[in-house]
Design a protein around this ligand. Structure first.
Ligand code: GCB
Length: 605
């Protein structure tokens, strides 16, 4: 059976203890820790907050750029009262891979830094006494893992990560680590899908458990009133006069799942669930049967000091800013985000395009350089491709298993800017798309974001996508500044090409943007000035508004974010509409006017 990825919640029968705080931490540049017994105790640790990325706390460059193995250590006590429970340690994210040791025993390994895993520990702990938890992480980039990159060794012997992607390679125990105590017989997963008929919602559900006792599902509305109940591991629950979840108008029912034996509740799990349907029909993206236009951003989980670490304060601020500016959606570029972000999106009625960490799938050391030089290459013909595919499929499984019940998730983005210009991408992505489609009970649309060189005459994979997402930078990497009038001609020309190649498919812009210095004003504008960012956006919007099949606009990026060093980046990527500390640039006020004017049903017939 697949591992349970349910969000850890304390309920009548479940217990969750947050293990966050200051842990011990040590770099292991020689990878000698295991041989030297670090699995028992770290020899010379420093303190390190968990959850967080480690990179931006430290004041020397070797530490910030550290690439290789690094170790965490803490202690936990499990109360003897829980002897009859199944005890686990849940890592919400350990980037990019981890080995877990409890009391010196190696008990688990996990590849992939953005999805959770649970390590069962009942058999290795001492009750009522301190147990040692040691985690060996590794943040090396490879061509057979996602996100994709390589690791090189400098002349001085130090390793260095070379991402094929444009964001800092933050790593560590990025998200909460929790101790969980579940009943031996417990719920491991559930799924829901919807059918609407008049005022009625039929919720088809399925509950997985570890045993054979009776399962019940009870549904409560937002007032706490019971509106439906059903027993059985699968079935259909009918909700009369159902209030649907809608864009920026969320309504969440509470579903309580129980395992019962006679009058005894053996396990209980509950979740807030929005009822809605998502479908692509012709060039429309339909939510509850009505056409919706996406306004918003490609984002990152990125903030000062904590890096990619879980930062609930920043999550809150970001949602307030997205509401302020009139956005209704975002894409989790370029990896699955913290679970709490989807919970907030469910609550606030934001539409999320949920992305796997499949980024950097092109032959280049930096994807935007490849985008600019347009040389034909063949990323999916490498000898690493079979292993990469395997890791990619597993990551998609974990993503869909984790996020499938969120109302906010309206599409799966299976890769960012893969090199789809070579035939070798076709069999690769046929497998990726088929896999995702076989896993999602709600059959949400699947997509990938298309790289600028993958024009309508060159892209080999467009037909696989239910919604075609374009990342385009005419007016920035190509034909920038005074040439922007030519950029507009190119952009229009490309869209005419797409209209012919894929008639009857919805398109959206998943990236378009211009780097902008929050301090720089210039009249008339120059590239990098606040004025240019606005002119660039106005040009794109003029074009979008003249093509009916463009059904969404997500600006790159919501906020400035950290990247690696290089001549293309000035302490990070500055395409943010907000600064890294989440204050508006001038274009934010322009976007606010536009998005408040465009309804969620913009371009619906
Ligand atoms: C892209 C990438 C994104 C980069 C962006 C840029 O196409 O998907 O990760 O940050 O371009 O700013 O160049």
């Amino acid at each position: 059976m697949n591992q349970s990825l349910l969000y850890p919640r304390t309920t009548a029968r479940r217990r969750v203890v947050d293990l966050g705080g200051l842990w011990k931490f040590q770099f292991d540049p020689e990878s000698s820790g295991e041989a030297e017994g670090w699995t028992q105790k770290l020899p010379a640790p420093v303190s390190m907050p968990v959850p967080s990325s480690f990179a931006d706390f430290l004041t020397d460059k070797d530490s910030r750029e550290y690439t290789g193995d690094f170790w965490y250590e803490t202690e936990f006590v499990v109360p003897g009262e829980w002897r009859d429970k199944e005890i686990g340690i849940r890592f919400a994210a350990a980037a990019h891979r981890a080995l877990v040791f409890v009391n010196g025993l190696k008990i688990a390994a996990h590849e992939g830094g953005f999805t959770p895993f649970v390590v069962p520990v009942s058999d290795v702990i001492t009750w009522d006494a301190p147990n040692t938890l040691i985690v060996k992480c590794n943040n090396e980039l490879r061509e057979d893992c996602i996100p994709v990159g390589i690791t090189t060794t400098l002349q001085n012997g130090k390793k260095m990560a070379k991402p094929y992607f444009d964001f800092f390679n933050y790593a560590g125990l990025l998200r909460p680590v929790t101790l969980t105590a579940l009943p031996k017989e417990h719920i491991t997963d559930f799924m829901v899908q919807y059918e609407l008929s008049g005022n009625k919602a039929m919720v088809h559900y399925n509950v997985e458990t570890t045993g054979s006792n009776r399962v019940t599902v009870t549904v409560f509305d937002e007032e706490g009133k019971q509106v439906a109940a059903k027993s059985g591991k699968d079935g259909v629950i009918t909700i009369d006069n159902a209030r649907l979840w809608n864009v920026r108008d969320a309504y969440l029912y509470q579903f309580v799942f129980r395992i019962t034996d006679g009058g005894t509740v053996i396990d209980e799990y509950s979740e807030y669930i929005g009822i809605r349907t998502v479908e692509v029909r012709g060039t429309d993206i339909l939510l509850n049967g009505k056409s919706v236009y996406l306004k918003g951003f490609g984002k990152h989980e990125d903030s000062d000091t904590t890096g990619r670490g879980y930062n609930p304060a920043m999550i809150k601020r970001d949602f307030e800013l997205m509401k302020w500016i009139g956005a209704n959606s975002f894409r989790t570029a370029h990896y699955p985000y913290s679970e709490e972000i989807y919970q907030m999106a469910d609550r606030e009625g934001f539409l999320v395009i949920d992305e796997a960490a499949a980024v950097g799938m092109m032959t280049s050391t930096l994807n935007f350089v490849a985008a600019a030089n347009g040389k034909p290459t063949a990323f999916f013909r490498k000898e690493t491709t079979p292993q990469l595919l395997q890791n990619h499929l597993t990551a998609i499984e974990e993503l869909i298993r984790r996020d499938k019940s969120h109302a906010c998730v309206i599409a799966w983005c299976l890769a960012n800017e893969p090199e789809t210009t070579d035939e070798s991408a076709v069999p690769y992505f046929e497998k990726v798309f088929a896999h995702a489609r076989s896993l999602d009970p709600q059959q949400r649309p699947c997509t990938f974001t298309s790289l600028m060189t993958a024009t309508p005459d060159k892209c080999k994979c467009a037909e696989l996508a239910d919604i075609m997402c374009l990342n385009r930078y005419y007016g920035w990497y190509v034909k920038g500044g005074y040439e922007i009038s030519d950029a507009e001609v190119f952009l229009r020309g490309e869209l005419e090409g797409w209209k012919k190649r894929c008639p009857g498919k919805p398109f959206m812009f998943s990236e378009y943007g211009a780097d902008t210095d929050a301090e720089l004003h210039k009249l008339p504008s120059v590239m990098w000035s606040q004025e240019y960012q606005e002119e660039y956006l106005e040009m794109y919007h003029r074009v979008f508004d003249s093509f009916d099949f463009i059904k969404g606009e997500q600006v790159w990026n919501f906020a400035d974010f950290q990247t690696g060093e290089g001549i293309m980046r000035v302490n990070g990527n500055h395409k943010g509409i907000f600064t890294r500390d989440r204050q508006p640039k001038a274009a934010a006020f322009y976007l606010k006017k536009r998005w408040e004017r465009l309804g969620n049903d913009f371009k619906s017939k």
